[in-house]
Design a protein around this ligand. Sequence first.
Ligand SMILES: [Zn+2]
Length: 101
Amino acid sequence: MCTITQSPGKFEGEPCITLYAYHWIMEGLGDIVGEDEGDNTEALYAPHTLVDIEYTQMDGVFICDECKADILAAGTIRCWEDDLGFVYSDTDELQVAKSSQ
Ligand SMILES: [Zn+2]
């Protein structure tokens, strides 16, 4: 679990992984997936690398060690913003062997 959940605001109560996902979606790297959690849900797909995390932190987003591990282990990271402007995320575990490639 994240060791520092975020203070009040857009990301209140969310782990750093949500900031990571939101950061890259704002940079235009998300794919819109829609239906699951709302029309504005976007997804980032593995591989997520330490370099990605370092770039995120260079932009002023702090990511704790627990969330670094979660990001590296994640397959799809979905992120969405609700009607009130709060941002959430969830992840799927990385699927190591994919036969369809
Ligand atoms: Zn964290």
